[in-house]
Design a protein around this ligand. Structure first.
Ligand SMILES: Cc1cc2nc3c(=O)[nH]c(=O)nc-3n(C[C@H](O)[C@H](O)[C@H](O)COP(=O)(O)OP(=O)(O)OC[C@H]3O[C@@H](n4cnc5c(N)ncnc54)[C@H](O)[C@@H]3O)c2cc1C
Ligand code: FES
Length: 234
């Protein structure tokens, strides 16, 4: 059990939770969280938003009963977390763009922090799309040369894939698919972080199966990060 340091509502129904302790994890990986004993049955997968020397944080949107319970946690309350799980974003080099939509920005902050401090990354640009209020904009702005924000509309329109070697993205499926399709034939390889319902989180139950060009894969173990060309048709 770990102790909650803080759990603040930073936008309507969106919480930033910091948890005490030493944690590890790569960009794009996730933890399974629960603050309840018996019901709901399953822990909930939430991506690493940030890790510091003595804490880990999660940025999450209230979607249903599990995240409602998480949102009610106060400083000093206890949380059970297991992880890190999954295959995150790979180490990248050259010119990199990060593209997030809505709460899909959650894992991209930790990714931006890792890529921004990598000597292999020549240039890092961040594109974020939100329906209304931007999430953690100042924090993102501290990490990259260029942060462009689209409120309403389609953030993929801001991105020129030919300016990049790699694009990593997380957000609504339609946004990621559109970005992948836009990148076909460009210089950029696209990595997408996809979401599925999860039960075990460790590759044992098959609840999170997704179809790829090389057969069915488990999002919790083989993903959540995949090459766009594996999961979308160009
Ligand atoms: C690898 C991974 C990382 C994630 N990281 C984050 C994160 O950093 N921040 C964040 O806010 N959320 C994240 N999510 C989504 C989060 O896990 C779900 O919103 C949460 O499990 C919902 O639980 P609940 O009990 O609140 O809602 P439930 O009562 O379980 O569901 C509420 C509604 O959301 C739908 N739903 C639940 N889970 C999913 C899902 N995985 N995909 C699509 N629809 C779903 C349900 O069908 C239902 O309509 C992640 C999911 C995955 C798979
Ligand atoms: S959640 Fe059980 S196999 Fe992925």
């Amino acid at each position: 059990m770990a102790k909650i340091i803080s759990n603040r509502e930073i936008a309507p129904d969106t919480y930033l939770m910091a948890v005490q302790g030493k944690y590890s994890g790569k960009m794009g990986q996730f933890y399974m969280l629960r603050s309840w004993r018996f019901y709901p049955l399953l822990s909930r997968p939430i991506s690493i938003h940030d890790i510091n020397d003595d804490s880990i944080s999660f940025l999450y949107r209230v979607a249903g009963e599990g995240t409602v319970l998480l949102s009610q946690l106060k400083t000093g309350d206890e949380l059970h977390l297991e992880g890190p799980f999954g295959n995150g974003f790979p180490e990248l080099k050259g010119k990199v763009a990060i593209v997030g939509g809505g709460i899909g920005a959650a894992p991209l902050y930790y990714a931006a922090k890792a890529l921004g401090s990598s000597s292999e990354v020549e240039n890092l640009d961040i594109y974020l799309g939100f329906r209304e209020e931007p999430l953690r904009l100042e924090a993102f702005e501290a990490l990259a040369n260029k942060v462009r924000v689209q409120l309403g509309g389609n953030v993929t329109e801001l991105v020129n894939p030919n300016s990049y070697d790699y694009i990593i993205t997380c957000g609504p499926e339609a946004m990621m698919e559109a970005l992948y399709k836009k990148s076909v034939g460009s210089s950029a390889k696209v990595y997408v972080s996809i979401e599925r319902h999860m039960a075990c989180g460790i590759g044992a139950c098959l609840v999170c199966t997704c179809e790829t060009k090389s057969g069915n894969k488990k999002v919790c173990k083989d993903g959540p990060v995949f090459l766009g060309e594996e999961v979308y048709h160009g």
